[in-house]
Design a protein. Structure first.
Length: 152
């Protein structure tokens, strides 16, 4: 079994990097368009360095949560996160690259380790990276839909 995992998923979104960044780092706004997840954050509603954020994911058969600390900000192009415990520890980043008529938005797991026996089994069966791919594409698709509706 690998000791850590890496993964990248991306999607073209027909919106400026500034609009994408705002929708991803303004937690009250993100709570509006990211269905299936409840988001809790410390203090301000906009991401700031060292802020703790928790996502509670509601699935039909179970609910789980994960927390991260905002470890870096590079508006309007980058957001860095550090997972802080079960079920994951490690680093991740969202990168927003301007392109003609929009942005290429990529979510990178740079070095993520499963924490706890359930998470380790989940990943050793290949389900962890598969779930990450599915959830990331789902999130980026919801973001795209939100920004398209907002601009229309």
């Amino acid at each position: 079994m690998a000791s850590y995992y890496q993964s990248t998923q991306s999607l073209f979104i027909p919106a400026s990097p500034e609009k994408v960044y705002e929708a991803l780092t303004n937690w009250p706004v993100r709570s509006q368009w990211r269905r299936g997840i409840e988001i809790d954050w410390e203090e301000e509603g906009k991401a700031f360095l060292n802020q703790k954020v928790t996502f509670r994911v509601k699935r039909p058969l179970f609910t789980y949560s994960f927390s991260f600390r905002v470890s870096g900000l590079g508006p309007p192009r980058r957001l860095y996160m550090e997972y802080t415990g079960k079920p994951l520890m490690g680093r991740a980043a969202i990168e927003i690259n301007p392109q003609d008529n929009g942005s290429q938005v990529a979510f990178h797991w740079m070095k993520v380790e499963p924490v706890g026996w359930v998470s380790r089994i989940f990943f050793s069966l290949g389900l962890g990276t598969r779930a990450h791919r599915i959830r990331t594409v789902e999130t980026l698709s919801m973001l795209k839909e939100y920004l398209e509706k907002k601009d229309s």
